[in-house]
Design a protein around this ligand. Structure first.
Ligand code: SF4
Length: 884
């Protein structure tokens, strides 16, 4: 294997370039690639910690069928048999693939080809449905193609950046760092954030509109009306390059006739709305970024078209520093769109409802079958499984038992499905636990292919690690199944480069500029050139060999008449509004240092230290109303499920709203899944679920005991009604609570901690009357595990225990302090970790500000080092400096 490899980060849609280096001992070092145009050497906390997430821990290393390990040949035969049987007995629509934006484009292409061309069904959908499918539909309605007009460079050339439903500081951190660097160089750059929550992004913006959840379309309709009345219409552009402007304006004016009506409907001050509108009106170079806060809605498509309408009216599209800009969540959500990985697409931006497109793809693939209608979108697909219409489901590189809404129902559907096949790199995920056939896939560092970022930039992911066990690339697994279904000739692939060339050739086939996605430049790429491929933005054709930074500069769109469409938008409220039983709006989203269901980031001590438990944020007024105290465990209930999580009381939350992170699942917490609480409500046009506006109620949950446990081994905290585990440096940490006081604390402690037969030392302290118990276990004088139990939340500082785990042995005083439950030195308590790179806690930074007079991000970085690493914590430090 080569020593230094240029590859791409596997997390968010920014698509940062990474240089992975291996030394002679096999140690991997990760650095940002200074030559990659997405990040120019920067990496956020997640990207920087990639080296901590490699290795065989937790990996699925052999195929498993019905609980027994077997060889690949047997497993592939069983997959092919299962598919064939269902197709023979119930037709092609009785099988489905549920794939992922984590797949590489080559994997995606082969999966889509097998399902649509050879099984003859369109029942392949992807978790990108949950991420950006509303943007796909909105782009097609407005531009005639799913084409993102802008690139990251436009953010640096803009004079106004509007971030709508985007916490870029946490969700697209390197892009946010680029925006902030640009603002430092150009103080006139204005940033407006539209978000119900005061996120780290909002807190560092020039204007934050803490909008009523779901009222974005009204705000942008109001902007459209305002721009027109202020004479900001670009007459020439609107006349020559668009249609339907008058209808869109008339419809917008119905609900948004003036600023007062908009402000009242959006729950904002009229002055704030007017300030935003004036900024937009007077600034030529405006980029409006939208992300999951807009997309994940039952009217997400309309919201995006309301945004695009404003750019069309002002002609602010297709020129440097301006345009509507969709940020994708996943590393290859865009690649999935290119190959047609969504159930309502065909391939290479062709459609299922066009006979010419179907015939063209069928001919190119030499396919025996081609569906005439679109397949089932994610939520509908699982409904069909529950109804027994889908008999065989193959899940690839995703975890729908956690990530889909109404996830308890998704679990029930998976349990009753006749055959569930899961390809994944990890052995234990909530979905894998429900699989009949488990197929070990390669993962980042081991696999090779391409991904496309939010700005249409295709980059290479390259392998630099040996493949562990019997893991195989997804494209290989799918191709081998295709062989066993009788299609070996059409799936002859030995190398991902062959697949990429075929994909590129299809994109150019009879295209003639009619389809936006065209990478025909690469149709004859040699294997060597594929290896050397440098990051470029499509379209990539003979006429545009270096790529296309922005689209629509010529005023030509991909509609039949070449004109963009205004789309009339009537704002719609979220489908499930709060009511008497569930009086709060429930929002969900990401935390800074975790990715999706934590299968990779949950392995990194550095990343886990930022947020160690699932939590809910609520406003102080709601905390008072529902008698919830900071740090308490609370039960959140909705019509579909419940969860128990830690309460964070913060004015960053809008009164009447709750926020829960999306990452926690059955592997990391007893009951922390927010998607169990959210209904399977979707946008009728895109099928994207409404993850941002559920409804719920909150109540503090009383437990008979609280505790925590540290162990060098991963344990099963049976007997605890609440638990959440997180990785530390050399230990696992468990926060716990229980409804019943055990008869025998010592017995419970030993059942948790004592499973090894090695020489051990055991210490314990028990005060039954006070309901306090402490125990510690030593192996060869090293602290191996310890347990602290009390009647309430007054437990020893965890930082102190962490420090003890870093020591090879403990002296008598330290052992005594463990039993007394009192840290000898209070300075050990640094609080919640803010800077993951240098492990600097919240309390240390606050002390630096208060006591040492550190009054800038730079001063804190210089004296404390916080914020001097990847920079992901800088927005939080700024908020602390501002008194937040
Ligand atoms: S911003 Fe962070 S998570 Fe996203 S691609 Fe870059 S390094 Fe990876």
């Amino acid at each position: 294997m080569p020593r230094e490899v240029r590859t791409t980060c596997p997390y968010c849609g920014v698509g940062c370039g990474v240089i992975a280096s291996r030394d002679a001992a096999g140690e991997v070092t990760i650095a940002g690639d200074p030559e990659h145009p997405s990040n120019f050497g920067r990496l956020c906390s997640k990207g920087s910690a990639l080296g901590e997430t490699l290795g065989e821990a937790g990996r699925l290393l052999k195929p498993v069928v019905n609980g027994r390990e077997c060889d690949w040949d047997s497993a592939l035969e069983q997959v092919a048999d299962g598919l064939q049987r269902a197709i023979r007995e119930h037709g092609p629509d009785s099988v489905a693939f549920y794939v992922s934006g984590q797949l590489l484009t080559e994997d995606y292409y082969v999966a889509n080809k097998l399902m649509k061309g050879f099984i003859g069904s369109a029942n392949i959908d992807t978790n990108s449905r949950l991420c950006m499918s509303s943007a796909v539909v909105a782009h097609k309605r407005a531009f005639g193609a799913d084409a993102v007009p802008c690139g990251y460079e436009d953010l640096e050339r803009a004079q106004l950046i509007v971030l709508a439903g985007s916490n870029a500081a946490w969700c697209h951190p390197v892009l946010y760092q680029r925006i902030m660097a640009s603002k430092q160089q150009n103080p006139d750059l204005q940033i407006v954030t539209i978000d119900p929550r005061a996120t780290p992004t909002a807190e560092t913006s020039d204007l934050h509109l803490a909008i009523r959840p779901g009222s974005d379309a009204l705000l942008f309709n109001g902007l459209l009306v305002y721009l027109d009345r202020q004479g900001e219409r670009n007459e020439l552009f609107v006349k020559q390059a668009t249609r339907e402007s008058e209808t869109a304006l008339a419809v917008a004016a119905v609900d948004a006739p003036d600023i007062e009506r908009v402000a009242s409907g959006c729950g904002l001050a009229a002055e704030a709305v007017e300030r935003f509108y004036r900024l937009f009106a007077r600034t030529e170079r405006v980029v409006t970024v939208y992300s999951q806060g807009i997309n994940q809605s039952s009217s997400g498509v309309d919201k995006i078209n309301a945004i695009i309408n404003c750019h069309l009216l002002t002609g602010r599209i297709g020129r440097p520093g301006m345009g509507p800009f969709s940020l994708t969540g996943q590393p290859n959500a865009m690649g999935g769109r290119e190959v047609g990985g969504l159930a309502n697409q065909l391939a290479a931006h062709m459609t299922l409802d066009s006979e010419a497109d179907r015939e063209r793809v069928k001919r190119f693939w030499e396919a025996p079958a081609m569906p005439r209608q679109e397949g089932l979108k994610a939520v509908d697909l699982f409904d069909a499984i529950e109804a027994g219409r889908i008999r065989v489901l193959w899940v690839m590189a995703t975890n729908p038992a956690v990530s889909l809404p109404d996830s308890d129902r998704i679990r029930r559907a998976l349990k009753q499905c006749e055959l569930v096949i899961v390809s994944d790199c990890m052995a234990a995920t909530d979905t894998m636990e429900l699989a009949h056939i488990r197929l070990p896939a390669t993962t980042w560092g081991e696999r090779s292919g391409t991904v496309t970022s939010s700005e249409r930039r295709i980059s290479r992911q390259r392998a630099f690690l040996e493949v562990p066990g019997e893991a195989r690339p997804d494209w290989w697994i799918i191709s081998q199944v295709a062989h066993r279904l009788g299609h070996a000739r059409q799936f002859p692939y030995q190398h991902p480069g062959e697949i990429f060339r075929e994909h590129a050739a299809l994109s150019g086939l009879e295209n003639g500029g009619r389809r936006a996605f065209d990478i025909s430049l690469y149709a004859d790429l040699s294997d060597a050139a594929y290896e050397e491929l440098t990051p470029r933005q499509w379209p990539l054709t003979a006429a545009t060999p270096t790529g296309t930074p922005r689209l629509f500069g010529d005023g030509e769109f991909f509609t039949t008449d070449g004109r963009a469409r205004f789309v009339p938008v009537s704002p719609a409220a979220p489908r499930h509004l709060p009511d008497r039983d569930y009086p709060l709006t429930l929002n969900s989203g990401r935390v800074r240092d975790h990715w999706h269901t934590m299968t990779r980031t949950g392995l990194s001590p550095r990343l886990a230290s930022h947020t160690i438990e699932p939590y809910v944020e609520l406003h102080p007024e709601d905390a008072a109303r529902y008698a919830v105290t900071e740090g308490a465990l609370v039960c959140i209930e909705s019509p579909t499920g419940s969860a128990t999580v830690r309460a964070r009381v913060t004015p960053a939350q809008r009164p009447g709203s709750l926020f829960m992170p999306m990452h926690w699942n059955g592997q990391f917490a007893a009951t922390g899944r927010v998607n169990a609480l959210l209904p399977g409500v979707t946008d009728p046009l895109s099928g994207q679920p409404e993850f941002k506006q559920g409804r719920a109620r909150v109540a503090e949950r009383r437990f008979a005991w609280h505790g925590f446990l540290f162990s060098r081994r991963q344990l099963q905290p049976g007997g605890a009604d609440y638990w959440a585990r997180s990785r530390g440096a050399g230990f696992w940490r468990y926060e716990m609570a229980g409804d019943q006081i055990p008869e025998d604390w010592a017995g419970m402690a030993r059942s948790y901690l004592c499973s090894e037969g090695r020489e051990v030392g055991w210490m314990e302290y028990s005060d039954r009357a006070a309901n306090r118990y402490r125990a510690a276990r030593f192996v060869d004088h090293t602290l191996e595990s310890c347990l602290f139990i009390g009647p309430d939340l007054q437990l020893p500082p965890r930082d102190w225990i962490e420090a003890l785990f870093a020591k090879a042995s403990l002296d008598a005083a330290e052992r005594a302090s463990l039993l007394s439950g009192r840290a000898p030195d209070k300075s050990a308590d640094v609080g919640r970790i803010v800077c993951a790179c240098h492990s600097i806690g919240e309390k240390r930074i606050q002390e630096g500000i208060r006591v040492q007079g550190l009054n800038s991000v730079e001063a804190i970085a210089e004296v404390l080092r916080a914020g001097s690493g990847c920079g992901s914590c800088v927005p939080e430090i700024r908020a602390m400096l501002a008194g937040g």
